[in-house]
Ligand binder design. Sequence first.
Ligand SMILES: [Ca+2]
Ligand SMILES: [Ca+2]
Length: 86
Amino acid sequence: MSYNTAYATSAGDSANFSGPFAAGTHENENEDPLFNTFSNDRDPQNDDLSLKSSSPAKDSGPPDAAYNDVDKTRNDRGHTGGPHSK
Ligand SMILES: [Ca+2]
Ligand SMILES: [Ca+2]
Protein backbone atom coordinates (compact mmCIF):
# COMPACT_ATOMS: atom_id res chain seq x y z
CA MET A 1 0.00 0.00 0.00
CA SER A 2 1.64 3.21 -1.12
CA TYR A 3 0.86 6.72 -2.35
CA ASN A 4 -2.12 7.18 -0.02
CA THR A 5 -3.34 10.17 1.95
CA ALA A 6 -5.22 9.90 5.24
CA TYR A 7 -6.69 12.87 6.99
CA ALA A 8 -9.11 13.28 9.89
CA THR A 9 -10.40 9.71 9.76
CA SER A 10 -12.77 8.47 12.45
CA ALA A 11 -9.91 6.40 13.87
CA GLY A 12 -7.57 9.36 14.00
CA ASP A 13 -5.20 10.77 11.44
CA SER A 14 -2.54 8.13 11.67
CA ALA A 15 -4.47 5.10 12.96
CA ASN A 16 -5.18 3.70 9.50
CA PHE A 17 -1.55 3.84 8.42
CA SER A 18 0.39 1.74 10.85
CA GLY A 19 3.18 -0.80 10.93
CA PRO A 20 5.16 -1.09 7.71
CA PHE A 21 2.83 1.29 5.91
CA ALA A 22 2.88 4.13 8.41
CA ALA A 23 2.77 7.70 7.23
CA GLY A 24 6.15 8.78 6.00
CA THR A 25 6.83 5.37 4.47
CA HIS A 26 5.82 4.09 1.05
CA GLU A 27 4.80 7.63 0.13
CA ASN A 28 1.85 7.45 2.55
CA GLU A 29 1.02 10.77 4.18
CA ASN A 30 -1.25 12.27 6.79
CA GLU A 31 -2.24 15.64 5.45
CA ASP A 32 -5.26 17.65 4.46
CA PRO A 33 -5.85 16.90 0.76
CA LEU A 34 -7.44 20.34 0.35
CA PHE A 35 -10.64 19.47 -1.46
CA ASN A 36 -12.37 22.37 -3.16
CA THR A 37 -15.46 22.05 -0.97
CA PHE A 38 -16.00 19.60 1.87
CA SER A 39 -18.33 19.73 4.84
CA ASN A 40 -18.38 16.82 7.27
CA ASP A 41 -22.18 16.81 7.52
CA ARG A 42 -22.93 13.37 6.02
CA ASP A 43 -24.23 15.06 2.88
CA PRO A 44 -22.06 14.38 -0.19
CA GLN A 45 -24.34 16.48 -2.36
CA ASN A 46 -22.81 19.71 -1.06
CA ASP A 47 -19.19 18.60 -1.53
CA ASP A 48 -16.77 19.05 -4.41
CA LEU A 49 -13.94 16.58 -3.82
CA SER A 50 -11.77 17.82 -6.65
CA LEU A 51 -8.41 19.12 -5.46
CA LYS A 52 -7.46 22.74 -4.93
CA SER A 53 -4.46 23.79 -7.00
CA SER A 54 -2.46 24.03 -3.76
CA SER A 55 -3.36 20.47 -2.70
CA PRO A 56 -0.42 18.30 -1.56
CA ALA A 57 -2.17 15.42 -3.36
CA LYS A 58 -1.51 17.10 -6.71
CA ASP A 59 1.23 15.45 -8.76
CA SER A 60 2.32 13.26 -5.83
CA GLY A 61 1.06 9.82 -6.90
CA PRO A 62 3.12 7.09 -8.54
CA PRO A 63 5.74 8.76 -10.76
CA ASP A 64 5.68 6.18 -13.58
CA ALA A 65 4.36 7.89 -16.70
CA ALA A 66 1.96 4.98 -17.21
CA TYR A 67 -0.06 6.46 -14.32
CA ASN A 68 -0.06 10.04 -15.55
CA ASP A 69 -3.28 12.01 -15.33
CA VAL A 70 -5.40 12.67 -18.38
CA ASP A 71 -3.73 16.11 -18.61
CA LYS A 72 -0.35 14.29 -18.90
CA THR A 73 0.91 15.59 -15.53
CA ARG A 74 2.11 13.26 -12.80
CA ASN A 75 -0.65 11.27 -11.09
CA ASP A 76 -2.67 13.11 -8.45
CA ARG A 77 -3.52 11.07 -5.36
CA GLY A 78 -7.18 10.24 -4.96
CA HIS A 79 -10.15 9.73 -7.21
CA THR A 80 -9.29 12.59 -9.55
CA GLY A 81 -5.87 11.20 -10.47
CA GLY A 82 -4.72 8.67 -12.98
CA PRO A 83 -5.20 7.90 -16.66
CA HIS A 84 -8.79 6.71 -16.17
CA SER A 85 -10.08 9.54 -14.00
CA LYS A 86 -12.88 11.72 -15.27
CA1 LIG B 1 -20.85 17.44 2.92
CA1 LIG C 1 -1.48 15.72 -11.89
